[in-house]
Design a protein around this ligand. Structure first.
Ligand code: FAD
Length: 458
């Protein structure tokens, strides 16, 4: 009798360097490459149009890659556990192979799936080092289950041996008769950002190869140059797993210049947050290290929050970042830091309000990276200087000295000379007439005083 195994795809939508798929192929004569469009992802609020559109590209590309190898993708909709059990029964599969995930959601899903499969006499095999290069929990400090400080984590992470990169399978044999729902189409997803990037493994691999040829060498010098846009833009591919972090590290370290080193260090930040979240799942919504803040809520700071979301705060660099987010579903890291500091510290609004808005729009929106970066900037996370406040004017002058980033995203200021572009309120009245741009929402010293008083009192 022919043996069949299931390779269940989740946040790892690729054929290259994919241990669960390789193991499923090795386990049986036939394999069902399965993706479940899980109702619970939607119910848990993880769904957003930009990510859904990117996902549609990823699934189409995965299916095309499988077809080129003689297989196809099987898509089901509904509750993941029910659907996997159903497909396993239809295909008489003995094993299901799945990548481990770092979130509480992924852990609960894994547990439910294991129990349900075992009740049917089947086996769940969970693979580490698929979504991250170093599995959460693989390196820990003495006396704790995770690292709370980045630098020592980075040291240990860099020393941890990486597994070999696996080639994509040459052929994939899918059993006959296992039905698939129609794949979603990007064109059918409404409400997406106009400048949203294209998804899929092929696109991700092209982008990464181009990044290795150009870009990466200057990464250390240019990563904060907001107008230069000189970062890799691989974050959505890492989020959806169209690229493997293990492969990225192997290939980036082959050359080993300062740019490559700086890039790999950023990949480590991603894994640092994943291991914090895996050990402290509550940090997705609760303060990791509370400062007993009595934040202003979305309701009590309604107008401020609205102005921030719309990119109408009167601080050009903050507004530029927020408008880039809306237009592309992506934002430069420096702008993420500035916009987050502005909301949480200058406006003293609950970081969760900002994190939610980011998750609603970011194509790379990721629970670990988003919630823990927000906490880092709000000073409730792992930052060793939790009370730092980024000044949007001095930061803008430093990281956007000519104002090109601001002019790109805030066209009202396109003709303002560099001297005033980050402080348009300093323009003489006659030069301001005709510019439809708001006055600052708040004076920076007032915001700072409120924040210091709040933290002092706490
Ligand atoms: P590059 O600079 O080219 O870096 C390469 C990769 O390293 C990135 O793709 C990403 O996977 C990882 N990386 C880089 N910086 C960080 C970081 N600070 N923390 C964790 N991983 C990092 N990143 C997300 O992937 N998803 C999010 O939801 C997310 N939300 C954020 C929210 C805030 C408030 C802040 C300050 C940062 C957030 N980041 C998030 C981290 C970072 O801004 C993005 O990963 C980065 O801007 C993506 O662009 P890139 O791919 O060009 O990055």
């Amino acid at each position: 009798m022919k043996k069949t195994a299931i390779a269940l795809f989740t946040g790892d939508l690729r054929l290259h360097d994919h241990p669960p798929l390789r193991a499923a192929i090795a386990a049986g004569d036939r394999v069902v490459p399965l993706f479940v469009d899980d109702d619970r992802v939607r119910a848990a609020g993880f769904d957003a149009p930009n990510r859904r559109a990117f996902l549609a590209d990823c699934l189409a590309d995965l299916d095309a890659g499988l077809r080129a190898r003689g297989g196809r993708l099987v898509l089901r909709r509904g509750d993941l556990v029910e659907q996997v059990c159903r497909v396993a029964a239809e295909a008489e599969a003995a094993e299901v192979h799945l990548a481990a995930g770092p979130t509480a959601f992924a852990h609960a899903r894994e547990d439910r799936l294991r129990r349900a499969l075992e009740a049917d006499g089947r086996r769940l095999v969970v693979h580490d080092a698929v979504v991250t290069a170093v599995p959460p929990g693989a390196v820990t400090p003495a006396g704790s289950d995770h690292f709370a400080v980045f630098t020592p984590y980075h040291r240990r992470w860099a020393d941890h041996p990486l597994r070999e990169v696996l080639a994509a399978p040459r052929s994939v044999r899918v059993p006959e008769g296992v039905e698939s729902a129609d794949l979603p189409r990007r064109a059918d997803v409404g409400g997406t950002s106009e400048g949203l990037a294209k998804g899929g493994e092929e696109e991700g691999r092209k982008r990464f190869t181009a990044w290795l040829r150009g870009g990466i060498a200057d990464y250390e010098a240019l990563h904060d140059d907001m107008a230069g846009d000189a970062t890799s833009r691989l974050s959505p591919h890492l989020h959806f797993g169209t690229l493997s972090p293990t492969e990225l590290i192997h290939r980036a370290t082959r050359t080993g210049g300062p740019g490559e080193e700086a890039f790999v260090r950023q990949l480590c930040w991603r894994e640092f947050h994943q291991q914090v979240l895996a050990a402290r799942p509550g940090a997705a919504s609760a303060d990791y290290r509370t400062k007993n803040d009595r934040w202003r809520s979305e309701r009590s700071a309604k107008d401020d929050v609205e102005a921030w979301r719309e990119g109408r705060t009167g601080y050009p660099v903050v507004d530029a970042g927020m408008r880039q987010l809306r237009h592309e579903g992506w934002m430069h890291n420096r702008a993420r830091l500035l916009t987050a500091s502005f909301l949480a510290k200058t406006l003293y609004v609950d970081w969760r309000v900002g994190a939610r808005h980011f998750l609603d729009l970011l194509v790379d929106g990721d629970v670990a990276n988003n919630q823990l970066n927000w906490q880092w900037m709000a000073g409730t996370g792992t930052d060793s200087r939790p009370n730092r406040v980024l000044n949007p004017v001095t930061q803008a002058k430093r990281y956007d000295p000519e104002g090109a980033y601001v002019r790109r995203w805030v066209p009202e200021l396109a003709d303002v000379e560099a001297k005033f572009v980050h402080e348009p309120w300093k323009l003489k009245d006659r030069d301001r007439s005709g510019i439809d741009y708001p006055d600052p929402l708040i004076d920076l010293p007032d915001g700072l005083a409120r924040f210091k008083a709040a933290r002092g009192a706490a």
